[in-house]
Design a protein around this ligand. Structure first.
Ligand code: 3HC
Ligand code: NAI
Length: 653
């Protein structure tokens, strides 16, 4: 097998070129190839060495598929030590994304140049890890302590020009990267520029209080995660001892992280997310329809956010509402959301203005005649949805994709209201739609392959994580939520308080406990949904007795100032003795014996409820694979990524 690394002389410069598609990950043959090349360069007529990559990116990191498998030499830190020790000047030339071990490789070179669009970063923390090949030691020596803490505990890549400001990139080059890098190296040689080894630089001055400041910040920001704390320890070691001592601290911390269940869960989700984008049985070369314009029907809670998702990706949007007043209200929600994004620093004012400019509104369905796709997001009323799809069938151009954002309704029944069921699909966004990453893509019985392929690819364009679901009541996520919610109600009757249940689940890692979630979503939503169900589907009416009574008492959750909790004007919850009394009375009426329930029992029963339903969903073929269910729960329901999703968690425990 030929090596993924080549070495050749370009004039007096030795060029090490990595070619390991798709992302030039540092698999064993790549590590070996670079080591062989750098060794060879020490003895040939080259005056300097260039490390560059072919394809779409510089090295994007260690090869994550090798993690957890027996180690194969050469070890990355050893390879990087060999690069840095080179007696000939080494330059790394970066395009695409230089991430993790890839950026560490660049840090081991003596100088770094990059194209302006390149990104650099140490995202290991997102895999429950830390840079394990000197990243925690070399970065602070070049960029200082604070910038390194930000970069490595945050894991968010930065642009090459930002890297230049921090001292991590030495030169931004324009035009053809290799030609520009070779020209720059010739300049460095002509100027007799000295070799500069990152490991030999002194860490710039810093305030020693920064480490404790950071540790207390991380207690809130990275609750329960082990890697960020270790990163602070490593950077503190870099700042207080020799490079070799710091490397020893980094090595120990990296091993501890690598062996942690948290990293196993996070690595599982990394691959699960990418796997979820693949649809079984759908040919890779399935043609895709062009989607340049979208109609969004309904400008309520969901419609406004959905419109923003498309506009943010440069797609024009026409929002349809029932009246001018409703339309203005809908567009005002959009304005408010954009203002919020600007305030939080997520979008520049200019970008927000140009995206907002792509959204227009109308009360006339005829405005949808030419759009490439429609997403319906009106009330969850099956009759209304069918009526709208009939209307769309009459108005929309042939080939337009007709999507529904329904949470529960049968997509096949909605599709049957049209004469083009093959063009109909479910796109289930999550609230707030412009922020939540998950998109359940509901494949109807008759949905055409090219419609599905288009929506899966469009999901990526609008920066969502798509997961395919078959048709059933609530699809993957909301269907699993029902037994979860039901178990929470039973726990209340049996003796746990809302606060005990929520605190136990949040301590375990859920972003929000189940009763706080119900209060946030509005208790009336579940109440109405239950009323609409047949007696058979409703199940045991006793189960939801407490929730039903709360609604009948006008306690709809956060929006009415009271639900399972009482809320102040800032929507801060406090436990309410009236709710405790109500629960006791209902339990008494129903003859349920109350007892002390442990936090372990709460977690165990609630997670088991999710997993049992997940298994049924798999058996019925509603989800393509178990890891898809994990992606749904991590990206849509605040399930802790460090536990790898409910199905992964169940398999490990
Ligand atoms: N190892 C192995 N495979 C990887 C990989 C890696 N580091 N990074 C990406 N891949 C694979 C993906 O699984 C995917 O495979 P598939 O086509 O079979 O599904 C393929 O490469 C393409 O990946 P994406 O779909 O994610 O492509 P994008 O263009 O959307 O994104 C990227 C490219 C920004 C590089 C993104 O893949 C990414 O963020 N990768 C991970 C980067 C990372 O975390 N690096 C650090 C690794 S840990 C480390 O380096 C430890 C060191 O300190 C010792
Ligand atoms: P909403 O009540 O906030 O908004 C619905 C909007 O539709 C209203 O502004 C209404 O004026 C408009 N509308 C009603 N009839 C219309 C018609 N014939 N033509 C045009 N506009 C019309 O509802 P929400 O919460 O945005 O939900 C919309 C859909 O999204 C529902 O199917 C819901 O199940 C689903 N959904 C809701 C989520 C949520 O958290 N709210 C999450 C995911 C999906």
């Amino acid at each position: 097998m030929s090596s993924p690394v080549s070495y050749r002389l370009e004039g007096n410069i030795g060029v090490i070129a990595v070619n390991n598609p798709p992302v030039n990950a540092l698999s064993q043959p790549v590590r070996q190839g670079i080591l062989d090349a750098i060794t060879r360069a020490q003895g040939d007529e080259s005056a300097a060495v260039l490390i560059i990559c072919e394809g779409r990116t510089f090295i994007a990191g260690a090869d994550i598929t090798e993690f957890g498998k027996p180690f194969k030499s050469p070890w990355l830190p050893e390879l990087l030590a060999a690069i840095e020790a080179s007696s000939k000047l080494v330059v790394a030339a970066i395009h695409g994304t230089a991430l993790g071990g890839g950026f560490e490789t660049a840090l081991a070179a003596h100088y770094r140049c990059a194209v302006p669009a390149a990104k650099i970063g140490l995202p290991e923390v997102k895999l429950g890890l830390l840079p394990g090949a000197g990243g925690t030691q070399r970065t602070p020596r070049l960029a200082g302590v604070r910038a390194s803490l930000d970069l490595i505990t945050g894991g968010v890549p930065i642009s090459a020009p930002q890297g230049e400001k921090l001292g991590l990139i030495d030169k931004i080059v324009e035009g053809d990267l290799q030609a520009a890098a070779l020209a720059w190296i010739s300049e460095l040689l002509a100027n007799e520029t000295a070799i500069r080894r990152s490991s030999e630089q002194a860490v710039p001055e810093f305030d020693p209080a920064i480490f404790d400041e950071y540790r207390s910040q991380l207690l809130k920001r990275a609750r329960g995660q082990v890697a960020p704390g270790y990163i602070v320890d490593c950077i503190e070691a870099a700042a207080s001892g020799s490079f070799d001592e710091g490397m020893a601290v980094e090595r120990e911390a990296f091993t501890a992280c690598m062996e942690s269940p948290q990293s196993a869960g996070m690595r599982h989700i990394f691959f699960a997310e990418r796997q979820a984008a693949k649809v079984e049985g759908l040919a890779k070369d399935t043609p895709k329809r062009s989607v340049q314009s979208v109609g969004v029907i309904g400008g309520g809670t969901m419609g406004g956010g959905i419109a923003m998702c498309f506009a943010n990706a440069g797609i024009t949007v026409t929002m349809i509402e029932i009246s001018d007043e409703a339309l203005q209200r809908g567009l005002a929600i959009v304005d408010g959301n954009y203002a919020g994004s600007v305030k939080r620093g997520k979008l520049s004012e200019e970008k927000a203005r140009s995206c907002r400019g792509l959204i227009s509104g109308s009360t006339d369905y005829a405005a949808l005649a030419d759009v490439d796709m429609v997403v319906e997001a009106v009330f969850e009323d099956p009759g209304l949805k069918k009526k709208i799809f009939k209307q769309l069938d009459a108005i929309c151009k042939p080939g337009a994709i007709l999507a529904t954002n329904t949470s529960y309704q049968d997509v096949d029944v909605i599709a049957a209201a049209t004469n083009r069921p093959a063009d109909v699909i479910g796109t289930h966004f999550f609230s707030p739609a412009h922020i939540m990453k998950l998109l359940e893509v509901v494949r109807g019985e008759k949905t055409a392959d090219d419609v599905l392929a288009t929506v899966m690819s469009l999901a990526k364009t609008i920066r969502k994580v798509p997961v395919v679901s078959g048709v059933c009541y609530g699809f993957i996520g909301n269907r699993m939520l029902r037994p979860y919610g039901k178990t929470a109600q039973l726990l209340l009757l049996e003796g746990a308080s809302p606060q005990q249940i929520d605190t136990a689940m949040e301590a375990w890692g859920m972003a929000m406990g189940p009763l706080r979630v119900f209060d946030l979503a509005g208790l009336d939503v579940g109440y109405k949904a239950r009323q609409a169900l047949s007696d058979e589907k409703k199940g045991d009416p006793k189960t939801y007795r407490v929730a039903d009574l709360l609604v009948e008492l006008g306690r709809m959750g956060q929006k009415s100032g009271a639900g399972f909790y009482a809320y102040d004007d800032n929507r801060k919850p406090t436990p309410d003795t009236a709710v405790d009394k109500l629960i006791e009375t209902v339990a008494d009426d129903l003859g349920v014996a109350r007892r002390k329930i442990t936090d372990e029992e709460i977690v165990d029963r609630l997670i088991s409820a999710l997993v049992d339903e997940g298994r049924k969903i798999l058996d019925e073929g509603i989800a393509q694979r178990s890891s898809d269910i994990d992606v749904v729960y991590v990206y849509g329901y605040g399930f802790p990524v460090s536990r790898g999703g409910p199905m992964f968690y169940a398999d490990q425990n």
